[in-house]
Design a protein around this ligand. Structure first.
Ligand code: ADP
Ligand code: ASP
Ligand code: MG
Length: 412
């Protein structure tokens, strides 16, 4: 008998038929003799709908109240699933984050899980009950409701699996595993049978939204195996686990894209020590994560142009901060561009191969795609391009690195 944590995403609980299908899957796992804790997301589209409602009131809604609002989507789906399970003859109980006590910090909209109380879940499991937990939410020290960032139910599930020392965390979604790139935009995408935590971390942080990055961080830290599978079929999925010898030995293992960033360019700032700190400290203090940064010499000596990217959700807040910083430090004008995308190639095998970047740039050049910014690390290369070329770029890179068929190199 094992302890299995299963997470079902928005599409998997998108309507009543699908919720009944989820209940049947949970029951099938129970029938195999396992204990099951289920984490669910809001029904597909619900969280977006709630955000739009708040934005109809004001473009920048209060963050505490926004979390109170957007956490409600999951309350509906947990209750419906528990009702379905009971109607099918299985005992179940649904819980909101605060009832379990999923304790988080107080960063509304992107809170981090600090601790999970296990007692209530353990007691229910002892009573042979299915425990259904709302994903995406928690409670802070002052009893405020918090949410964990978009896609946060993945993190709720893996954190619960880690706390309970579950045997596996199964993430059920609308694709049947982790692919070499998003299968919904590249038909040649190939399913990986296994992927290491490190590669998955990189893919998730660069936009592969099949798993939220923090869920992979938890999995790696607490060594929780994640099995990504489809809730619509029984195909074997992808195992996310420690790097091992059976994994494919490739240079590039995946292509990702992210359309959720925006670029801010500040022209003509004084090129003196301390300017970057003055510019970026207030942004960091507002819990905004800056991704790429490029500083180039301005046409006039003694001045520089600075460009950087931030999540679109933090775009207007960042602009406000930058405008007020510029009053102090100087700077001629701010250009903002929301129509950008970041395309990246990822692979631990890149560590030992030098020509990968050049190969990436020529693949993009061949399609006439201009690169605005570049950033590299040991195991990834990212380029900022115009958003309208995203799909074209992803397919071109997937082809250029032959990802539709595994290319085997000597040693990892
Ligand atoms: P859920 O609602 O179940 O959490 P998400 O929409 O958050 O589902 O994540 C699943 C989606 O992730 C897929 O439909 C797919 O479009 C996208 N995706 C992006 N990159 C990848 C990848 N490399 N492999 C699989 N899916 C990917
Ligand atoms: N419902 C939340 C969202 O849409 C959390 C999740 O689906 O994981 O982002
Ligand atoms: Mg998701």
């Amino acid at each position: 008998m094992a302890l299995v944590v299963q997470k079902y995403g928005g599409t998997s609980v998108g309507d009543i038929e699908r919720i009944k299908n989820v209940a049947s899957r949970v029951i099938a796992t129970k029938k195999q003799g396992h204990d099951v804790v289920v984490v669910v997301s809001a029904m597909a589209g619900e969280t977006d709908k709630l955000i739009r409602l708040a934005q109809q009131v004001t473009p920048n809604p209060d963050e505490r109240e926004l979390d109170v609002l957007i956490s409600t989507g999951e309350q509906v789906s947990i209750a419906l699933l528990a009702i379905a399970l009971k109607s099918m003859g299985y005992d179940a109980k649904s819980y909101l984050g605060f009832q379990i006590k999923i304790a988080t910090d107080s960063v509304f909209g992107k809170a981090r899980i600090m601790d999970i109380q296990k007692e209530r879940i353990r007691n229910d499991l002892k009573e042979n009950r299915v425990v259904v937990v709302a994903g995406f939410q928690g409670i802070d020290e002052s009893n405020n409701i918090t949410t964990l960032g978009r896609g946060g139910s993945d993190t709720s599930a893996v954190a619960i699996a880690a706390a309970l020392e579950a045997d596996v965390c199964e993430i059920y979604t609308d694709v049947d595993g982790v692919y070499t790139t998003d299968p919904n935009i590249c038909e040649k995408a190939r399913k990986l049978s296994k992927i290491s935590y490190d590669e998955m971390l990189e893919m998730a942080s660069l936009g592969a939204k099949v798993l939220q990055i923090r869920s992979v961080e938890f999995a790696k830290k607490y060594n929780v195996p994640i099995h990504v599978r489809s809730s619509f079929n029984d195909n074997p999925g992808t195992l996310v686990c420690k790097e091992d010898r059976e994994m494919e030995r490739v240079v590039v293992s995946g292509v990702t894209y992210n359309k959720n960033e925006a670029k801010i360019e500040i022209m003509h700032v004084p090129d003196v020590p301390g300017i970057a700190a003055k510019l970026f400290k207030p942004i960091a203090d507002a819990n905004i994560v800056v991704d790429m940064i490029i500083q180039t010499s301005s046409t006039e000596k003694g001045f520089a142009d600075v460009a950087f990217t931030v999540p679109k959700s933090d775009f207007s807040k960042t602009l406000q901060i930058v405008k007020s910083s510029l009053k102090e430090i100087g700077g001629k004008e701010i250009n903002a561009d929301e129509n950008i995308a970041k395309v990246s190639i990822v692979g631990v095998g890149m560590r030992s191969h030098s020509s990968v970047a050049a190969q990436m740039f020529s693949a993009l050049a061949k399609e006439g795609i201009n690169i605005h910014m570049i950033s590299t690390s040991e195991i990834k290369i990212s380029c900022i391009i115009d958003a309208k070329y995203t799909e074209l770029a992803v397919r071109a890179l997937h082809d250029a690195f032959g990802l539709d068929k595994p290319e085997v190199t000597e040693e990892r």
